[in-house]
Design a protein around this ligand. Structure first.
Ligand code: URA
Length: 421
């Protein structure tokens, strides 16, 4: 195949790939015609030399069109770049659906310390993420909210992402941007909000890097016909208190029922919902969001969505979690400076809430409940976390202790939303 050799030669000397070359390479690699060793050489050259905006857009478009595509121009969708305790899809989407903005979402499973919405939903007894295309489209029309697992969408991204992972070439801005936006463009929702996470538990460690990614995601989406906006939100600390699949559903239900949840979760879920409704052109979205929660409409919408996908909505009130529970206490008194998201993510993973490798089995009832937030004053011996699950409990306790940083000086609570565009 000539295109891949041309592409390697062009890119290794810092040249620019043509749209035709990009498309031929994407098609050739997806069909198996281009071997991994040649594609790896090209990805390494791209990693080192970068890609200009035109090349990145061509790559995004070619990947988006590499498999099945959906079209939901009236629907909204959101994408999070991934974090620990991130239950913003589970909370903001039923809210916007209850406000009359239909949601069609294709979602993924968790890997490493990053959770996945599909795993969280599967913690609900009977819930199925395997709807046919017709069932999915009908549910979007009738219920206004459907979430399924991304199946044959964007096979080019699946293949290229696996190769980037195996060759440690994930952290390249044009490759991350094209990977994310190609999947969203293939899903076909007309209005899209990106929640770009920044911090120790996120891909992007600094606000500047997160802003650069957010800019790229919004620009690529716009050029592919999707009306998009972005928020940059904190992921130095886990979002909310719950980390783990059933635990996160439980915390999400509290928010939807209007009960008290940590301020960072309440603010992020509401901001995402408001921005989505703004993208849809809704008048006074803040008031609509508050009404959807206080009237019970958002919680009812979630129940309707769960029933439509075969789940037991009655179980939502008290979803079972592991009955093997251990409490972790503060080693000394002080102000909580940070509960490091990455460390807590590793603790939840050790307890069985996530997967080290694709295909690992997870325990839906396992996870960590954080009992303190940055800025809180704690006393020595006060419970700071509860561990759920029977695997690696000692190790998980060590990880939670390491993740908790205490200060002698008062600490200001970090803002949940850092920026928006
Ligand atoms: N998430 C994606 O979907 N793709 C990337 O490349 C990185 C994060």
């Amino acid at each position: 195949m000539r295109a891949i050799l041309d592409a390697i030669v062009t890119k290794k000397s810092g040249g620019t790939l043509s749209n035709e070359t990009v498309r031929e390479v994407v098609e050739g690699y997806t069909s198996g015609e281009i071997p991994d060793y040649q594609m790896s050489a090209l990805l390494m050259a791209i990693f080192i030399q970068g890609m200009d905006y035109g090349e990145t857009l061509a790559l995004t478009r070619a990947m988006a069109e590499s498999g099945e595509t959906y079209s939901f121009p009236n629907c909204v969708d959101k994408h999070s770049t991934g974090g620990v305790g991130d239950k913003v899809s589970l909370t903001s989407l039923p809210i916007v659906a209850a406000c009359g903005a239909p949601v069609a979402k294709l979602s993924g499973r968790g890997l490493g310390t990053t959770g996945g919405t599909i795993d969280k939903l599967e913690a609900i007894p009977g819930f199925s993420v395997a709807l046919s295309r017709e069932q999915f489209e009908r549910q979007v029309d009738e219920v206004g909210l459907a979430i399924i697992e991304a199946g044959n969408l964007d096979p080019a991204d699946k293949a290229i992402y696996a190769l980037r992972d195996a060759t440690r070439l994930v952290d390249s801005l044009p490759l991350i941007g094209s990977s994310i936006v190609s999947k969203k463009a293939a899903t076909g929702a007309g209005h899209l909000l990106y929640d770009v996470k920044r911090g120790s538990g996120a891909f992007m460690k600094s606000t500047e890097d997160a802003r650069e990614l957010a800019d790229l995601l919004v620009r690529l989406s716009g050029d592919l016909g999707v009306r998009a906006a972005a928020l940059i939100s904190d992921m130095d600390n886990p979002l909310g208190n719950a980390i783990g699949n059933a635990l996160e559903i439980r915390e999400s239900m509290k928010l939807l029922k209007g009960e008290e949840v940590p301020a960072d979760l309440a603010e992020t879920a509401r901001s995402v919902a408001v921005r989505l409704l703004e993208l849809k052109g809704m008048h006074d979205p803040e008031e609509a969001v508050e009404r959807a929660i206080s009237s019970g409409a958002a919680f009812e919408k979630f129940g309707e969505f769960v029933r439509a996908q075969g789940g037991d909505a009655d179980a939502l009130e008290d979803l079972p979690v592991s009955d093997s529970v251990r409490e972790v206490s503060a080693p000394r008194g002080g102000y909580v400076a940070v509960v490091r998201a990455l460390g807590i993510g590793h603790a939840a993973l050790a307890l069985g809430a996530g997967r080290e490798e694709k295909g690992d089995t997870i325990d839906p009832g396992a996870g960590v409940e954080i009992l303190v937030k940055a800025g809180d004053l704690v006393e020595k011996g006060e419970p700071v976390a509860r561990l759920y699950g029977g695997r690696n409990v000692e190790h998980a306790e060590e990880l939670v202790n390491e993740a908790l940083e205490l200060s002698d000086e008062p600490v200001e609570r970090p803002p949940a939303i850092l920026d928006g565009l």
